[in-house]
Design a protein around this ligand. Sequence first.
Ligand SMILES: NC(=O)c1ccc[n+]([C@@H]2O[C@H](COP(=O)([O-])OP(=O)(O)OC[C@H]3O[C@@H](n4cnc5c(N)ncnc54)[C@H](OP(=O)(O)O)[C@@H]3O)[C@@H](O)[C@H]2O)c1
Length: 296
Amino acid sequence: MAEPEDDRLFILGAGRVGTALAIALARAGAAPGLWTRSPASADRARRLTGRPCWQGALPEAVGQATRVIVAVSDPAAASLAGALLDGGLLRSAQVVLHCAGGRPAAEALPGLGPPLARGTFHPLLAIADPEDGARHLRGAAIALEGDEAARRAGAEVARRLGARPVELPAGGLLAYHTAAVLASNHAVALWAAALELLGLSGVPAAEQLPALLPLISSTMENLGALGVPAALTGPVRRGDAAQVAGALELLERAAPHLVPLYAAATSQALRLARALEDPALEPGLRRIEELLRSRA
Ligand SMILES: NC(=O)c1ccc[n+]([C@@H]2O[C@H](COP(=O)([O-])OP(=O)(O)OC[C@H]3O[C@@H](n4cnc5c(N)ncnc54)[C@H](OP(=O)(O)O)[C@@H]3O)[C@@H](O)[C@H]2O)c1
């Protein structure tokens, strides 16, 4: 598919996200320009995309692009935007999109302003590898925030990737990003705690992760099929206060650093169990509540 005149994309930064976007856009028939700072990242990007990748000084070719996607690490974004302006490299650009989700584009790209539109373009994915990231972009949510023209351009790029554009107000970005951190980064922290407890239980080290993964994937399947609160299973879902008391006593004795995490997760599970509106559960849920209160 030929690139429409007003849709010339350039991606700055061939890290995990920039390269994943370049691979997926090339597969979707777009031909984004790509630049990165280091020779190693440029070599990897050329190998993975099968396309050119500029390296070193910002190339004149950026000046041809109408849409620029900034996919460098967060602290580098503002100075890179400044370098683009100082170098006169935004002469064709109408829109600059920024891939971080933690703060609005107006804060992340402070030097840019009208007539340029700036916006957030944040894939809601944990991208550890560009090739996997490119695969997962199809169907992923992409949060869009910022100037109207930037949100419109971001939505077009998202649709081109087969992703799901989701528009957010600037004021919603912090809650959105915190949700992403809880669902992904902190879920890893939670699983690490579970692995630690499997170690305490006597499951051999080599068996711990293989034992945990089917539990996690079946839980995610339940979540996809049933949503919340129906996907909740386990002692709180059953109102089993004796099991919760036993777990708390074990943790206090053998892994006291995990008590606050267990208590916080139990308290959230309690809210979900209450949302099931099952009167038969209430006595057990009240006892669990008392157990948590007595340790607060
Ligand atoms: N990874 C994720 O799961 C994920 C998900 C959604 C959004 N994001 C966002 O996407 C953006 C990129 O993240 P990433 O995970 O792709 O990071 P990354 O893999 O660490 O890549 C960072 C990129 O920034 C470049 N860079 C670093 N410092 C620079 C500087 N001073 N000047 C110019 N370029 C510089 C690096 O260039 P060289 O390698 O060439 O040195 C590299 O291309 C971030 O805003 C991040 O918040 C990440």
